[in-house]
Design a protein around this ligand. Structure first.
Ligand code: PMP
Length: 292
């Protein structure tokens, strides 16, 4: 059965303080953020009607906004309450929640004091975003993550996602599940919408996140590891190090914790992982935490 376009769903979307009927929401074609990529957003999950780490996501949204020198017209509390009300209004229990702040259509100049900062929150049933595969095969992309001097990786800005989207398309076209990106120094950064972890000798390793988003799931997983007595170390990881690890998994709000079956380099060298020790423990602890 064909899936209806996301714009054709039923329900409400909160825009600038009002709940508007889903299909009637509109922005002008000269919206500044559409042309220049200047929107900031979050991806949040609710489990059985309860929003997971709402405050952490809202704080990150406002940190992203501050990096772009946005002055939002709504507070963390107002946008958080809008997200909670939206779940009730749209009758959602297990939802993906997408808040976004964007610049309006008052000017096409690269910067203009006339530009409004708008806010919206939408939410939809998680069935549409859930990654049903339990093991992923990743392809190292030829696209690199920009240095944080080019565009801060920890700013969840729409501008950060365009090459990730091309990298993912390339990976899918070649039969992989997602792309993994290196930074400009050749160190592993992150997958298109998730952070990466490895296991060796009973210990977890993850890239130093200077060219990656500091994922809320990443931090949660590091906390889980600590409580079950496993150390996590942030290190620099190159393509040549991949073979030294036995397990690999990725983390993200939408993807949750997923085992990585293999990583293939652009020269088609494939490294496979067993994921039979620490990865399943982290996956099950994360599942328990989000529904608790
Ligand atoms: N990196 C990128 C580029 C992402 O888009 C995401 C998803 N937000 C992540 C990592 C994981 O972040 P989180 O765990 O906060 O969802």
């Amino acid at each position: 059965m064909a899936i209806a376009p996301i714009s054709e769903r039923d329900g409400y979307i909160w825009i600038n303080g009002e709940f508007i009927e889903w299909k009637k929401t509109q922005i002008h074609i000269l919206t500044h953020s559409l042309h220049y990529g200047g929107a900031v957003f979050e991806g949040i999950r609710s489990y059985n009607g309860k929003i997971f780490k709402l405050k952490d996501h809202m704080d990150r949204l406002f940190r992203s906004a501050a990096m772009l020198k946005y002055s939002p017209n709504f507070s963390v509390e107002e946008i958080s309450r809008a997200a909670e009300k939206l779940l009730i209004l749209n009758n959602l229990k297990d939802a993906y929640i997408r808040p976004l702040l964007w610049k309006g259509s008052e000017s096409m100049r690269i910067h203009s004091p006339m530009l409004s900062i708008n806010a919206m929150v939408s939410a939809w049933d998680v069935g549409a975003v859930e990654y049903r595969k339990t093991e992923l095969n990743l392809l190292i992309s030829s696209f690199e993550k920009p240095s944080s001097k080019v565009i801060p990786a920890n700013c969840k800005s729409s501008a950060n996602y365009q090459m990730a989207s091309v990298a993912q398309l390339e990976a899918l076209e070649e039969g992989y599940d997602d792309a993994l990106m290196l930074d400009q120094m050749g160190f592993l950064a992150e997958a298109t919408t998730s952070n990466i972890f490895f296991v060796k000798d009973g210990k977890i390793f993850t890239p130093i996140p200077d060219s990656a988003l500091i994922g809320i799931t990443r931090t949660t997983v590091m906390d889980i590891a600590k409580t079950i007595g496993i150390d996590t170390e942030e290190i620099r990881i190159t393509k040549d190090d991949l073979e030294s690890f036995t397990e690999c998994f990725v983390t993200g709000t939408a993807i949750e914790v997923k085992a990585v079956n293999s990583i293939t380099s652009s020269d088609k060298k494939k490294v496979s992982y067993t994921n039979n020790d620490i990865t399943p423990k982290i996956i099950s602890a994360y599942k328990n935490l989000v529904i608790s």
